[in-house]
Design a protein around this ligand. Structure first.
Ligand SMILES: *Cc1c(COP(=O)(O)O)cnc(C)c1O
Length: 358
C-alpha cells in the first residue's frame, strides 16, 4: 500500500532521492566503495560538499552576494546558541512565535540582554504578532519563519537596519522570499532537505567578527567558513542526501515551481478544513502555514472513527504535536498533491458517514 507520509520531521523525501541515496551506501560514484566508508577529503566527497553548498546559494538566489553556505552538525538547536555566541555583544531582539523561538531566546539570554519584541505565547502561539519595534541598538533581530508545532508562518518580515537572523528549519526552499533581507538563515536538514544530522547555515560574512568574546573553534562560524565547512568530519550521508534533494528541486524548476505546488496543497486542505463542519482550524487564518496545517475535530467523539479511517487509507504522521493535540498534516516539498487529496477524501468520507442514516 502507498503510504502518505505527513510526518512533521524527520519527514518525507523524494523517492528518487532515497533510491540514489541507498545506492550510494553500497557503491558510491561507481567506485565500488560506500559513501560512508571513504574519506570526507576524497575528491568524490569534496565534490558533494561543494555542490551542496553552491546549490543552496543558487536556489535562494544568493550567489556572489557575500553569503557563505555551511553544513554543520548539532541541529537547529545548536544554532540557537551559536548565533548568540557569534553575534551577541550587548543586546539582541527576538520575536517569540513558538516553542522553537522560545528555546532560541533561552540560549541567547546566556550571552547578553534580551529584548523580546513581541510574543504570541499568551494565545498558545496561534497567531504571529504584527506590531512591534526592533530597537536600533540591537546586535541583531531573530525570528522563526514557520512554527512547525502550531502551524503558523510569517508572511511578512520586518524592515530593520539591524542584521536579521531567521530559523527557517521547517519552510526553507518552500517559498520565494527576498532572501537578501536576511543576514543569517539556518535550518536543520530533516524537514525539507534530508536526514537529520546536518544543519544548513547561510551567512553573510560581513556580519561576523564584531563580538569581543573568544569563540571556541567548533562554534565559530568564521572557522567553518575558512575551512569550507570541513573543519572536522562533516555528516557525509546527511549532506549527500541534502545535495540530492536540492538537485531534485532545481531540476523541477526551483523554489518558484515548488511554491506553486505547495500553495495548491495548502489550499486544498485548508478549504476542506473550512468547508467540512466536522473540522476546524487551530490558528489565525491569515497566519496559516503552508507547511504544517493544524486542525481539530468539532466533535471529539469522532476521534476513534476518524483515526481508523485515515490509517486505513494509508495516511501516516498526522497526529498533532504532543503539546497541542488534534491533527497536524505536514506538507513539505516532497509530499505530492495526491497525498493531500487522499486526506481530504477521508475527511469527506467521515462527513458522509455522519449524514447518511445507518
Ligand atoms: C525542528 C525544528 C527545530 C529543531 O531542530 P533540531 O535540528 O532538532 O535541533 C528548530 N526550529 C524549528 C523551526 C524546527 O522546526
Amino acid at each position: 500500500m502507498k503510504i502518505h507520509n505527513f510526518s512533521a520531521g524527520p519527514c518525507i523525501l523524494p523517492e528518487e532521492v532515497l533510491k540514489k541515496a541507498s545506492e550510494s551506501i553500497l557503491n558510491f560514484n561507481n567506485d565500488h566503495l560506500s559513501l560512508i566508508e571513504i574519506s570526507h577529503r576524497s575528491k568524490s566527497f569534496v565534490a558533494v560538499m561543494e555542490k551542496a553548498r553552491s546549490l543552496s546559494l543558487e536556489l535562494l538566489g544568493l550567489e556572489n552576494k557575500g553569503y557563505k553556505a555551511l553544513f554543520l552538525q548539532g541541529g537547529a538547536s545548536l544554532e540557537f546558541l551559536m548565533v548568540a555566541y557569534n553575534l551577541l555583544n550587548k543586546k539582541a531582539a527576538y520575536l517569540n512565535t513558538g516553542t522553537w523561538s522560545d528555546k532560541a531566546i533561552k540560549e541567547a539570554k546566556i550571552f547578553g540582554e534580551m529584548d523580546e519584541v513581541a510574543s504570541s505565547k499568551d494565545k498558545n502561539y496561534a497567531y504571529i504578532p504584527k506590531e512591534y519595534l526592533i530597537p536600533e541598538d540591537a546586535d541583531y533581530f531573530h525570528c522563526t519563519s514557520n512554527n512547525t508545532i502550531v502551524g503558523t508562518q510569517m508572511k511578512e518580515f520586518p524592515k530593520t537596519e539591524v542584521p536579521v537572523v531567521c530559523d527557517m528549519s521547517s519552510d526553507i526552499f518552500s517559498r520565494q522570499l527576498d532572501f537578501e533581507k536576511f543576514d543569517l538563515i539556518y535550518a536543520g536538514a530533516q524537514k525539507n532537505m534530508g536526514p537529520a544530522g546536518a544543519t544548513l547555515v547561510i551567512i553573510k560574512e560581513a556580519i561576523l567578527g564584531k563580538v569581543e568574546r573568544q569563540i571556541p573553534s567548533m562554534l565559530n562560524y568564521q572557522v567553518h567558513i575558512d575551512k569550507e565547512s570541513m573543519f572536522n568530519t562533516p555528516s557525509v550521508f546527511a549532506i549527500y542526501v541534502s545535495m540530492l534533494t536540492l538537485q531534485w528541486l532545481k531540476d523541477l524548476g526551483g523554489i518558484e515551481f515548488i511554491e506553486e505546488v505547495n500553495n495548491k496543497k495548502a489550499a486544498l486542505l485548508y478549504n476542506e478544513i473550512d468547508r467540512n463542519p466536522l473540522f476546524k482550524g487551530v490558528v489565525a487564518k491569515e497566519d496559516r502555514s503552508t507547511m504544517n496545517a493544524t486542525f481539530v475535530l468539532t466533535d471529539e467523539k469522532l476521534q476513534e472513527k476518524f483515526n481508523t479511517m485515515w490509517a486505513a487509507a494509508g495516511i501516516s504522521g498526522i497526529n498533532g504535536h504532543r503539546s497541542v493535540g488534534g491533527y497536524r498534516a505536514s506538507m513539505y516539498n516532497a509530499l505530492p498533491l495526491y497525498s493531500v487529496q487522499a486526506l481530504v477524501d477521508v475527511m469527506q468520507e467521515l462527513e458522509n458517514s455522519q449524514s447518511s442514516p445507518s
